[in-house]
Design a binder for this molecule. Structure first.
Ligand code: SF4
Length: 426
């Protein structure tokens, strides 16, 4: 195990902790969506004893421990290693970014996305060329089963394609894909990743993601360089609906309890409680999702309902109707050094109005501490961007879009949201 952390200000890992206003932020490395109750409990313990007891579940379905200190980080890394949630070294950690279908292997799917994620991780870590991939470069594996990952942005997407086998899509090209048989999937995906590195080197460019490469060189440059051909692929999955994520659910032969924490921020005691429920009422297995929720796998729906009832006692999110789901907010100040102001202080006041203006994915309002907009890359009905004088309000856009109003007070924000809520049919 490598020790001696490298301090960086972006894309936190266990070997590259990110300094924040509340200490160091480190990421436990999960490859795929599976998490055991023992892993969840130990992460809660590590957060308590080595950090400030807070754990974020990220949009990439990864757990991040907050408030780690220089004096506790070595112990935290050792304990993550002991539960199989530490990459072998800093290069492996940086390159292994894979998100897989939350119910992979449990519910019907065209392939086992978790098994494929594990194979992909081995290949990514073995290939010296791929060490040059940018740290945010993301592979996505959607097996076509329940709970689609359609709205999750990724550089290379491996998706079930019904009668056409498996479709490999690249970011920025929504209507075409490379079609492959299951046995050729990883080879094709890795060829695309290597071609990205080579094209970037060839153009002496700072392309940070596939989307920027496609914008600069066109849709065909990457597959052509990889020796692959894209064909029309108009089929698009609808995003997962929260009504199918939260609460007691039955999905084919599987049942689960979908339980979330506001903003994906779990307290150690909440995560430990959920781990205990997974052991006592479930199968001992949890699933990570990009929607702030953990899925606790159970043998039947009655057990899932009991878990939901206990999670309600902890004031966790167990229903798609929960107003807290209508608001997305980044940590803001004081936790993030780049934040201009607080973001989460007024959320509970704003949530009822945000719920009245939600878009198709259930989000009505995005609060961002700066124009980077880490908490949400896609557009929201309303985005509030913190400024020194209040909030800039952006309509139907992201944090980097031009605002409709600048420097609104909180009272003015409430008025603007009320106007938009009143316009919506009830
Ligand atoms: S959007 Fe800005 S303020 Fe918010 S977490 Fe990201 S960098 Fe920090």
């Amino acid at each position: 195990m490598q020790t001696g952390p490298e301090i960086k200000g972006w894309c936190p890992g266990a070997f590259a902790p990110m300094p924040s206003g509340d200490g160091l932020l480190i990421r436990a490395k999960a490859v795929g969506s599976r998490l055991t109750e023992a892993q969840a409990r130990e992460i809660a313990c590590i957060a308590d004893s080595c950090g400030n007891g807070l754990i974020d579940l990220s949009q990439r379905a990864q757990l991040q421990l907050r408030g780690i200190s220089e004096s506790t980080i070595a112990q935290a890394l050792q304990r993550l290693d002991a539960i199989g949630m530490l990459a072998p070294n800093v290069d492996a950690e940086r390159v292994t970014n894979v998100i897989a279908s939350p119910l992979a292997g449990l519910a019907p799917g065209a392939f086992d996305a978790n098994a494929m994620a594990a194979e992909l991780a081995i290949e990514l870590q073995r290939d010296a060329t791929l060490r040059a991939l940018p740290p945010k470069f993301l592979f996505l594996l959607d097996d076509g089963g329940p709970l689609s990952l359609a709205e999750v942005e990724a550089d290379i997407r491996i998706e079930a394609a019904a009668k056409r086998g498996i479709a490999i899509r690249i970011a920025g090209v929504p209507d075409r894909a490379v079609f492959v048989a299951a046995s050729g999937t990883l080879d094709a995906a890795l060829r695309l990743a290597r071609a990205f590195v080579e094209l970037r080197d060839h153009h002496a460019s700072s392309f940070r993601r596939v989307r920027t490469l496609v914008e600069a060189l066109g849709a065909d440059a990457l597959p052509r360089s990889a020796g692959l051909v894209m064909r029309d692929c108009k089929e698009a999955r609808a995003p997962a609906r929260w009504a199918h994520v939260f609460g007691a659910q039955r999905c084919g032969a599987v049942a689960f309890a979908g339980v979330g924490a506001p903003f994906g921020r779990w307290r150690a005691d909440e995560l430990a409680a959920v781990a205990d429920l997974a052991a006592s009422e479930g199968t001992g297995e949890l699933r990570l999702t990009p929607w702030r929720a953990l899925l606790i796998v159970t043998r039947n729906e009655a057990a899932a309902r009991r878990i939901v009832s206990r999670a309600d006692d902890h004031d966790l999110i167990t229903s798609a109707d929960d107003q807290r789901l209508a608001v997305i907010a980044c940590p803001g100040a004081p936790e993030c050094p780049q934040a201009v102001a607080e973001t989460r202080a007024h959320v509970m006041d704003l949530a009822p109005l945000a719920q009245k203006i939600v878009g198709a994915d259930g989000v009505g309002l995005h609060l961002s501490g700066c124009a980077k907009g880490c908490a949400r890359q896609s557009a929201s009905p309303v985005t509030l961007l913190a400024s020194a004088e209040g909030f800039d309000l952006i309509e139907n856009g992201g944090a980097d879009c031009a605002p409709r109003f600048r420097s609104l007070s909180f009272e003015a924000v409430m008025r603007e949201l009320s106007v938009r809520a009143a316009r919506r049919p009830q």
